[in-house]
Design a protein. Structure first.
Length: 165
């Protein structure tokens, strides 16, 4: 019987998850709420090159959700599921279109829609207002962070660590 995940994959997922949680909690006052800025979202860019990083983002989202003022089943189930589906969508969009920025823009928008739906359901604000604020935040981080991550990937050792075979 062959294992679906190699040890390298599990370590990558755990590392991405831990980094996501640390970066989110480190700036906690602005990581949660209607107007949120999660520096940790830049890790989503790695989904372009390895879809398994989406699982790490989901793990990190679960860990960081435990300190969220909106902690509940929606944070533990709905948001990690959104991250996994969005990460795999970004990976395949990039493979199909060869546009890193388009794939990241779509990922950012789907995340903004999901978070806005959850927050509006909880009575934090109006859906369309939240979509606007969250889309701006997501796109600034994802589109602005893409060139930085691309520079990181020029380092051979780092590229080997993140690559998907």
């Amino acid at each position: 019987m062959r294992n679906w995940l190699k040890t390298k994959d599990i370590v990558l997922i755990a590392t991405i998850g831990a980094l996501y949680a640390v970066f989110t909690v480190a700036i906690a006052p602005i990581s949660y709420g209607a107007i949120q800025f999660r520096l940790s979202e830049f890790l989503k860019i790695f989904c372009l090159f390895n879809p398994l990083t989406a699982l790490g983002i989901a793990v990190g989202d679960i860990l960081s959700a435990m300190l969220s003022p909106f902690f509940g089943p929606w944070e533990l189930i709905f948001m990690p599921l959104t991250d996994i589906l969005g990460g795999f969508l970004a990976y395949y969009l990039y493979r199909w279109t060869r546009s890193k920025y388009f794939a990241m823009a779509v990922y950012g928008f789907t995340t903004a829609l999901s978070v806005a739906w959850m927050l509006s359901f909880l009575g934090v604000g109006g859906f369309f207002y939240l979509v606007l604020l969250l889309t701006i935040s997501e796109e600034v981080i994802l589109l602005g962070g893409t060139p930085v991550v691309l520079q990181l990937l020029k380092v051979e050792k780092f590229r080997r660590m993140i690559s998907y075979q």
